[in-house]
Design a protein around this ligand. Structure first.
Ligand code: FE2
Length: 149
C-alpha cells in the first residue's frame, strides 16, 4: 500500500464516523460519546502521520512544497472544531452544529489532498518513496483491532 492509499482509507474512516455521529440519536449519549472518542483517535492518528512523514516529504519537493502551509492551516481548524465538539454536551442543541462544522472542514481537507495534493505528489514521488512513507506512518500506529462487522 502506498501513502496515498493509506491516507485515503483514513479519510473514509473519519468521514464514516462523522456520518454515524450526525445520524445518531440525541438520546443515546453513550453512543455519541463513544463515536466521538473513536473519531478523535482516528483524526489524531491521521494527523500525526501526515505531519510526521507525509508533509515533510511534500516539503522536500519543489512541486509539492507549497501545499504544506495551507494543509496545516486546515489541520489546525479541524483540531479546534474537534475540541469544540468535545466541550459540547452530546445531547445539546449545538452538538450537531459543531459536528457539521467538523464535517465541512474534513471535506475541505479531503478535497485539498485527494484532488490536488495526492495527484501532484504521486507524479512527483518515486513509487518507492510513496511506499516507504506509508510504512513509516503505519509503524507509528498501534496494531489495529479488526474492524467491527
Ligand atoms: Fe489527510
Amino acid at each position: 500500500m502506498n501513502v496515498f492509499q493509506l491516507l485515503a482509507i483514513d479519510h473514509v474512516k473519519a468521514n464514516t464516523l462523522l456520518n454515524e455521529i450526525a445520524s445518531s440519536s440525541e438520546y443515546d449519549i453513550a453512543m455519541r460519546a463513544r463515536l466521538c472518542s473513536e473519531l478523535k483517535r482516528e483524526l489524531e492518528l491521521h494527523s500525526e502521520g501526515e505531519k510526521a512523514h507525509f508533509y515533510p516529504a511534500l516539503k522536500r519537493h519543489p512541486e509539492t512544497s507549497e501545499f504544506v502551509q495551507d494543509a496545516l492551516r486546515v489541520h489546525d481548524r479541524m483540531e479546534t472544531a474537534l475540541a469544540d465538539i468535545e466541550d459540547c454536551p452530546p445531547d445539546s442543541r449545538e452538538f450537531l452544529e459543531k459536528v457539521g462544522k467538523l464535517e465541512e472542514l474534513l471535506l475541505l481537507h479531503v478535497q485539498q489532498e485527494e484532488t490536488e495534493i495526492f495527484p501532484t505528489a504521486e507524479r512527483t514521488f518515486s513509487p518507492n518513496e510513496s511506499n516507504v512513507i506509508a510504512e513509516k506512518i503505519a509503524a507509528m500506529r498501534p496494531t489495529r483491532l479488526q474492524p467491527a462487522e
